[in-house]
Write a protein that binds this ligand. Structure first.
Ligand SMILES: [Zn+2]
Ligand SMILES: [Zn+2]
Length: 145
């Protein structure tokens, strides 16, 4: 089926790249697109598996380095992980995570009260807070049943 959103999405990606003065290459666009279309906070390897289908000669190292570059300039976020491979998040807007400790699934959720969390003064004095994210760890419904 024809996806009418495809053209718009490419435009958006090119805009984001331009805003961050990131050199546009087809591989970079494909990597970002794969991340954007995934809601699972994928690892570099998962992105590599997707991009490889379109660019069979791309190396894991290129994919990994590109993702780290994205993270460094703030186009994507690196998700907190408790051991295991880094995971990436295309959603850099304020949001919070549900983290299933059994299957490892990370789900986004939004909650204003968490966005507005007050940072205690003694922490503010010793630590410059750049962003706040609440991570709820637990067991998802699929794993519970
Ligand atoms: Zn689970
Ligand atoms: Zn997220």
């Amino acid at each position: 089926m024809e996806n009418n959103g495809g053209q718009d999405e490419t435009q958006t990606i090119l805009q984001i790249f331009q805003q961050h003065q990131l050199k546009i290459t087809p591989q970079r666009v494909a990597i970002y697109q794969a991340l954007l279309n995934s809601s699972t906070h994928p690892t570099a390897d998962a992105i590599y598996q997707i991009v490889k289908k379109e660019y069979p000669h791309i190396s894991f190292d290129t994919v990994n380095r590109t993702l780290l570059t994205f993270a460094k300039i703030g186009v994507v976020d690196v998700v907190e992980v408790f051991g295991g491979a880094k995971r990436f998040d295309p959603n850099v807007a304020s949001h919070h995570h549900l983290h299933c400790t059994q299957c490892g699934e990370i789900t986004d959720f939004e909650h204003r009260a968490y966005d507005d969390l007050n940072v205690p003064d003694d922490i503010r004095r010793n630590f410059k807070v750049m962003s706040k994210r609440v991570v709820l760890r637990g067991v998802c419904n699929a794993c519970r049943s």
